[in-house]
Design a protein around this ligand. Structure first.
Ligand SMILES: *Cc1c(COP(=O)(O)O)cnc(C)c1O
Length: 463
């Protein structure tokens, strides 16, 4: 398998180089040159596999044997040994048509751990094997940063710097990042919002000289390995249902910000997994909902919501989808992205919009509805959703038919977002791992949203 760029101006490379490249050097995103098709026979065989063994099967289509099987096996098994549930991502049934896939059983209680525990180990493996210097730079709306830091803290040969928007992440998210004392970790708290942080990072990665000089590596969802790691649980969830009852297609409702998690679902569907609708759940920051419904991709006003990890206007992974939507034509993608850059919006015609509708539905969920969902299901079933997951549940109610089966992704543990839960007078017990954070000292550097200030911080830390 070769890896190429959505903009077509990067030479083909292998799996590890694709992993190290992160954002493609031509400003595009890295994708596999073809998507493998998994036969029905294979899908049947895979039903019985553990999460880890399923991941090994899926990765074998993508890694070109660049990592010896026994090494990959150790990386995978080590990565999920930190999870609190043996199933890694356990599936819970809520009612006849609704299942919840708990993606929050990792160290930081959000779904980002699933990919980042693995990527942390993979970076460490590559650093040792190839004698590479690995300096990870990333922006976070809260969860990615915490998960990335947990994935690499204290690991040899790796340093990590994470930007988060100052006072715009939840208390627990902030503590998870800033109570880490390891010397290979730098937290920059930027006086701006997530899009500002993300934009700075994108510019630095687009500056190929700077990127090479400081050996910068990405951990954001622009990294293809992160996307691929996240396809595993789509397969896993489907198989748990298929083992228990005859089922045709299954819908997935995915709380979405950067279009990363849901793009993994699109990839799983292209690989042959019988996915019905991919339901894209957003909060008031609903650029993606508007795209799916109207074909217009244009940032709107920024809202701070109960689901801060989805307070995102510009979805980094959207370009990957544009590539497939436009019949894998890199020139078309470059043209669209250039137009987006110049005009601040892009629009697709009715024909392409029809194509979008074959795979996606979308629902933006307002704060009041989000809280109502949490309250309603807690009273009905005793299950407590976090506010991101609640957006997914509301979108399931709106978009998934009564006779259809739907898996909603529980992308975070409710304790991580107690600010919202407390508003509806639900008192939840905190897991000990979270409770303990409140007693630890914090380390972080607060900076202005200014490129020069950022650059000098990075030069100091990585230089
Ligand atoms: C990151 C995150 C999301 C959004 O995922 P994307 O891959 O950015 O679409 C949703 N919910 C939670 C809890 C998250 O941390």
């Amino acid at each position: 398998m070769d890896y190429i760029s959505t903009r077509g101006k990067v030479e083909k490379c292998g799996f590890i180089d694709a992993f190290l490249m992160g954002l493609a050097n031509d400003g595009g995103l890295v994708i596999p040159s073809e998507i493998p098709n998994i036969s029905e026979q294979k899908l049947k065989e895979w039903q019985e596999l553990s999460y880890q063994d399923l991941m090994l099967e899926i990765f074998s289509y993508y890694t070109n044997d660049e990592i010896p099987y026994e090494d990959l096996k150790k990386l995978v098994y080590d990565s999920y040994s930190t999870f609190r549930d043996e199933a890694v991502t356990p599936l819970k049934q809520i009612n006849d048509s609704l299942y919840v896939l708990e993606l929050f059983q990792g160290p930081t209680f959000a779904f980002k751990d699933v990919a980042l525990q693995f990527m942390g180990n993979l970076y460490s493996y590559v650093a040792t094997k190839r004698n590479e210097i690995i300096n990870i730079l990333g922006a976070t709306s809260g969860d990615t940063g915490a998960a990335a830091i947990q994935g690499v803290r204290g690991k040899e040969g790796i340093r990590i710097c994470i930007l988060h928007p100052h006072q715009k992440v939840s208390k627990v998210q902030e503590l998870q990042m800033t109570t880490v004392q390891d010397e290979n970790v730098l937290n920059l708290s930027v006086k701006g919002n997530f899009d500002d942080c993300q934009q700075s990072i994108k510019e630095l990665f687009a500056d190929v000289d700077f990127k090479h000089k400081y050996h910068l590596r990405a951990i954001n969802s622009i990294n293809f390995v992160r996307i691929l790691s996240q396809t595993v649980y789509y397969f896993y969830a489907y198989f748990q249902i298929a083992k228990a009852k005859p089922v045709g297609k299954v819908n997935f409702s995915v709380p979405t910000g950067n279009f990363g998690n849901i793009f993994s679902g699109y990839l799983a569907k292209q690989m042959g997994l019988p996915i019905g609708k991919l339901i894209l759940a957003t909060n008031e920051n609903n650029i993606l909902e508007r795209f799916v419904k109207e074909g217009m991709y244009k940032p709107g006003e920024f809202y701070s919501t109960y689901s801060p990890s989805m307070d995102i206007q510009i979805a980094s992974n959207f370009e990957r989808y544009l590539y497939y939507l436009n019949d894998q034509n890199p020139d078309k993608v470059s043209e669209l992205m250039n137009r987006f850059r110049a005009e601040g919006q892009l629009e697709i015609g009715p024909e392409l919009l029809g194509k979008v509708a074959l795979d996606f539905e979308a629902q933006g969920v307002k704060g009041a509805d989000c809280l109502e969902i949490i309250d309603k299901y807690y009273k009905q079933s005793g299950y407590l959703f976090d506010p991101h997951t609640a957006c997914g549940v509301k979108a399931y109610e709106t978009c998934s038919g009564e006779q259809e089966t739907c898996v909603v992704f529980a992308t975070a543990h409710p304790a991580k977002f107690n600010e919202a839960i407390a508003l509806i007078d639900i008192e939840q017990p905190f897991p000990t791992e979270i409770q303990q954070l409140f007693d630890k000292p914090q380390v972080q550097t607060v900076i202005e949203n200014d490129k020069q200030v950022l650059v000098s911080e990075l030069e100091r830390f990585f230089g």
